[in-house]
Design a protein around this ligand. Structure first.
Ligand SMILES: [Zn+2]
Length: 87
C-alpha cells in the first residue's frame, strides 16, 4: 500500500515504485516552483515514493537544473578568461 508523494495517486504493489529525493520540509510537492537557493533558507529532503509520471517529471527537472548550472559555470569561465586576455 503506497501512494505517490507528489500527486497522491495510489501505487499498486505490482507496479514499479520510484524512489526519489524530494523536498519534505517547507514546500510539499513544490520542487519546481519553490526551490530555494538562498543561504539561510531551510529545506529538508528525504527519499519518498513517486509514481512513474512524477518521477519522470522530477528527473527531467533535475536534468534541466544540471544543464543550467553547467551553462552558468561555462559563462563564468569565459568571462574570467576574457578578463585575463583583455589585460
Ligand atoms: Zn505522482
Amino acid at each position: 500500500m503506497a501512494n505517490c508523494y507528489v500527486c497522491g495517486v495510489y501505487l499498486p504493489p505490482h507496479e514499479p515504485h520510484y524512489r526519489r529525493e524530494v523536498p519534505t520540509g517547507r514546500s510539499v510537492g513544490g520542487w519546481v516552483s519553490r526551490r530555494s537557493y538562498g543561504a539561510g533558507s531551510r529545506a529538508y529532503y528525504g527519499l519518498r515514493t513517486l509514481c512513474a509520471t512524477c518521477a519522470a517529471a522530477k528527473d527531467a527537472h533535475d536534468r534541466a537544473v544540471g544543464r543550467a548550472v553547467g551553462i552558468i559555470v561555462l559563462i563564468v569561465v569565459v568571462i574570467v578568461a576574457l578578463g585575463y586576455l583583455a589585460r
